[in-house]
Design a protein around this ligand. Structure first.
Ligand code: FES
Ligand SMILES: [Fe+2]
Length: 405
């Protein structure tokens, strides 16, 4: 349970909210899919951490990332003409190069060159990794070190990225990623046939063992099995929103990253990266037939129709009545908690260990930030991101898994 003040501190990112300022300052933020920006093509409106931006790919393939509002009088730069390695506002024709330099102000013919130098265009550093473009929205000239997770640099077909926009606060997304206890309950109708992960339903009360790390924490969820073996999943939480989650099949060389990135106080982008070191990732027909920006599917109905939950399917054996995809079940429950979950009314127990840790880490980081410090969890040069590996395994006893932490 949290106080009202702590719940606000944890969840809110709009405007001057400390959490939003900390996130913008100290981390690179996944902003969109590289494939959606085409050279000289349509600019993309992007709402991220409570503010509005525009991204575009210039003639030479470079990415530009500006505030959405034109610095002249605020028309949307997403309406702009994308040409000549620049974006030109269609209202009065002011033109800004992909590097953020004002190159033409046709409404100021007399001293145009001098005038251009002082136009306060806000532009931001962008980089592309793993099919995603990432932006740094902080103040100053020195972006933080990039989080070069182990999926960065893999061949293109060894990584699949999808995302979905959900009407819920981002922390609800982060919490569901790290909440291993829900796996065998909420998703029980999906887990058969996807490898050892089905064992999550055999024992629905995992015991958590948490270890603090410079980037957040890592935990093992240990499930004792009826035959005396132990099914162990080790997942990591990397601030501010990365859940590094073990693959469904034990011993596979790869994993999942889930990240719940705030669009604003009441919306999130839920990202999923699946990667495999040894072979191309098989994409299910469903995913390939769908846009990667709308996967997994949202619940099919409105809130007052219980989000389209299918009671008939439940009668026929489906646990939740959301047969669209496993992720649809997550979206249904996190939306059902309301746009910003009220954590002043909760009754937490043993299964919520990882959720409590997520909150502790984020709150301690934002408190350090409010005191003018770089949060310890954002002390990037010290953090070996490329070594953070999710692992799952079945052990004979319940001792050896500690080596995986
Ligand atoms: S508002 Fe963009 S050029 Fe005037
Ligand atoms: Fe889930």
């Amino acid at each position: 349970m949290l106080s009202r003040e702590d719940n606000d501190l944890l969840t809110r990112v709009n405007g001057d909210a400390p959490m939003g300022r900390m996130i913008r300052q100290h981390w690179w933020i996944p902003a969109g899919l590289s494939s959606t920006l085409v050279a000289d093509g349509k600019p993309q409106r992007i709402r991220l951490v409570g503010n509005n931006y525009v991204a575009f790919r210039a003639t030479n393939g470079k990415l530009g990332f500006f505030d959405e509002a034109c610095p002249h009088r605020g028309a949307s730069m997403a309406l702009g003409r994308n040409e000549d390695n620049a974006l030109r506002c269609i209202y009065h024709g002011w033109k800004f190069s992909v590097d953020g330099v004002t190159v033409a102000v046709p409404t100021q013919p007399a001293n145009e060159a001098e005038y251009c130098k002082h136009v306060p265009l806000k532009h931001y550093p962008v980089r592309e990794e793993a099919g995603i473009f990432w932006v740094w929205l902080g103040e100053g000239d020195t972006p933080p070190k990039f989080q070069n997770f182990e999926f960065c640099g893999l061949p293109k077909d060894h990584v699949v990225v999808v995302r979905q926009k959900v009407h819920a606060n981002w922390v609800q997304g982060v919490e569901t990623t790290m909440d291993s206890a829900h796996l065998g309950v909420l998703h029980q109708s999906w887990l058969g046939g996807v490898g050892d992960i089905g064992l999550s339903s055999v024992n629905m009360a995992p015991v958590y063992h948490v270890e603090q790390k410079p980037y957040g924490f890592r935990y093992a969820s240990v499930r004792k099995l009826p035959d005396g073996q132990a099914y162990v999943r080790t997942n990591s939480f990397v601030l501010p929103w990365y859940g590094v989650v073990a693959p469904g099949q034990s011993k596979s060389r790869g994993g999942n990253f889930f990240f719940a990135v705030p669009v604003d106080d009441e919306h999130l982008w839920y990202w999923n990266i699946v990667y495999d070191f040894e072979r191309p990732v098989e994409i299910t027909q469903q995913v390939s037939a769908t846009q990667p920006e709308s996967w997994p599917p949202l619940p099919p109905g409105p809130a007052d129709d219980n989000w389209g939950q299918d009671r008939e399917a439940m009668k026929n054996g489906h646990f939740t009545g959301f047969e669209q995809a496993l992720g649809t079940e997550d979206f249904a429950v996190i939306m059902s908690m309301g746009p910003i979950s009220d954590r002043t009314h909760e009754y937490l127990g043993a299964g919520d260990g990882a959720v409590v840790q997520v909150r502790r880490c984020l709150l301690s980081a934002v408190r350090e930030f409010m005191q003018g410090q770089t949060p310890g969890f954002a002390n990037h040069p010290q953090i070996p991101y490329e070594q953070i590996k999710p692992v799952a395994a079945v052990f004979d006893g319940d001792a050896r898994w500690r080596e995986m932490l």
